[in-house]
Design a protein around this ligand. Structure first.
Ligand SMILES: Nc1ncnc2c1ncn2[C@@H]1O[C@H](COP(=O)(O)OP(=O)(O)OP(=O)(O)O)[C@@H](O)[C@H]1O
Ligand SMILES: [Mg+2]
Length: 305
């Protein structure tokens, strides 16, 4: 009797002890589907199903399925090269711009497939905006940076013909510029120099400007790829506050290498590990305090990666 009770746990211990590890120190455990099944109320804003991405022969994302709830912050974490940026770029079809990239599977936004013929990519990227790691303002005035998208999309009349016909719309432009800069928590710092070159702003200000530029076209989803990794702690804190604020009205998906940042700002966290697998996805507190996967625990506690 006591023998029978003892045996299974002994076996389990042996299994854990002898579990093989990869060169980077990850244990090679069996993945379980339920680790990535995250239940939440309401319809998903973004629904990813069986997504695979290849760069030539390299398989960068492996059969990833996950649903993202509306008006929340979703953090994507995982070691370098595990496919976070690749995955993020799938959500507004930015990978279409990379010749060697091939995407298979489904991504729906509000139940509408974005990987089908006839999708207007300009319109899609207006709905699903993107902010990159290094701030990339245009070498133009602060005003021109913010007004760029609305002018391009025709939300502000700005062409020569508009001007000749008296259709230019300065009030509307002022309104959009102010609203976007306020939302990006930058207005107070730049309201008296809107016509100065944006490259004269600090790095943190430039990043908030880029967020403002993204907001100016009224997106629904904002994708951010390590938006604060080039910034000092004070500028980082401003971006973090801003992300939390934005999630009241927008669906934010953010890649970060900073675990504390993911824990601080996100509602749910998806952990990708080497090979482009989504290993675990769930409420942020659960992922950080009580992950199902040994590999996720090892990664979070800094044992590898
Ligand atoms: N344009 C590309 N062409 C070929 N391979 C690429 C390309 N972009 C990414 N890869 C490969 O795909 C894999 C995933 O890269 P990705 O940039 O998505 O990782 P990541 O998780 O964002 O890494 P990091 O944390 O370093 O930014 C890597 O093996 C990378 O070398
Ligand atoms: Mg990346």
């Amino acid at each position: 009797m006591s023998n029978a009770e003892f045996k299974p746990s002994e076996q389990a211990d042996e299994q854990t002890a002898s579990q093989p590890t990869t060169v980077s120190g990850e244990s090679q455990e069996q993945l379980k589907d339920e680790w990535t099944e995250y239940d939440f109320e309401g319809a998903p804003k973004i629904s990813v199903e069986d997504l695979d991405v290849y760069y030539g022969e390299d398989h960068a994302i492996q059969s990833v399925s996950m649903d993202v709830p509306e008006n929340s912050v979703t953090a994507l974490i995982g070691p370098s090269g595990c496919g976070k940026s690749t995955f993020l770029r799938c959500l507004n079809r930015m990978n279409d711009r990379i010749n060697s990239a091939r995407v298979e599977g489904s991504v729906e936004i509000d139940g509408e497939e974005i990987y089908q013929d006839g999708v207007n990519l300009v319109e899609l990227r207006k709905r699903v905006g993107m902010v990159f790691q290094a701030p990339n303002p245009f070498p133009k005035s602060i005003r021109d940076n913010i007004a760029y998208g609305p002018r391009k999309h025709g939300d502000i009349n700005d062409g020569l013909l508009d001007k000749l016909l008296g259709r230019a719309d300065p009030d509307k432009e002022d309104e959009i510029v102010e609203r976007s800069l306020r939302q990006a928590a930058l207005w107070d710092e730049v309201s008296d120099r809107l016509d100065d070159n944006a490259l004269g702003l600090s790095g943190g200000q430039q990043q908030r400007l880029c967020i403002g530029r993204c907001l100016a076209v009224d997106p629904e989803v904002i994708l951010m790829d390590e938006p604060a990794s080039a910034l000092d702690p004070i500028a980082t804190a401003k971006i973090e506050d801003l992300i939390e604020e934005l999630s009241k009205d927008y669906t934010v998906v953010v890649v970060t290498h900073n675990m504390q940042q993911a824990a601080r700002i996100s509602d749910q966290t998806a952990v990708f590990l080497t090979g482009g697998e989504l290993v675990e996805y769930g409420e942020t507190d659960q992922i950080f305090e009580n992950p199902n996967s040994q590999r996720v625990e090892d990664y979070i506690t800094g044992k590898f990666g």
